[in-house]
Write a protein that binds this ligand. Structure first.
Ligand SMILES: [Zn+2]
Length: 144
């Protein structure tokens, strides 16, 4: 059985750090993150689409803009980032807190937790998320 899926690419800028990292990643630094959001649907609409690409941009891109873009994503248990969190709060870009470490794996897991409810009103299903931390490194979440 074959299946057709579609994917929308989304990009944003954010800082993070990996507490306890062996190298430079323990310092606060930034990335141009890229996520490829792949979805499927039960049927094509009257125009021959699973869903308009713009729906993914509006729903998922909107959430990313409000929560991840131009701020930092830190682990809740990171003891070193209170001052940055306070500063970003003051600047109107509150830090986004993860329960675990803000690795590529941690971010893709958080997106996989949040996105299904954003897509539910559009009757489409999240199939995979490929989260690029750098042009050479990604983490992949897939349904199942
Ligand atoms: Zn990094």
């Amino acid at each position: 059985m074959s299946i057709i899926t579609i994917s929308r690419r989304l990009e944003w800028d954010a800082a993070h750090r990996i507490p306890g990292h062996e190298g430079a990643c323990k310092a606060i630094h930034g990335h141009r993150y890229v996520a490829e959001i792949e979805v499927s649907g039960p049927q094509m609409d009257a125009l021959g689409r699973i869903v308009d690409f713009g729906v993914i941009k509006t729903e998922v891109g909107g959430w990313i803009d409000r929560n991840f873009d131009h701020t930092a994503v830190f682990g809740r248990n990171d003891p070193e980032v209170a001052a940055i969190a306070e500063l970003n709060e003051k600047m109107g870009r509150p830090v986004y807190w993860l329960d675990g470490a803000p690795t590529a794996e941690g971010l893709v897991a958080e997106l996989a937790r949040v996105i299904p409810e954003l897509l539910a009103p559009h009757s489409i299903q999240l199939e995979s998320i490929r989260l690029w931390e750098t042009p050479n490194c990604w983490a992949l979440w897939r349904r199942g």
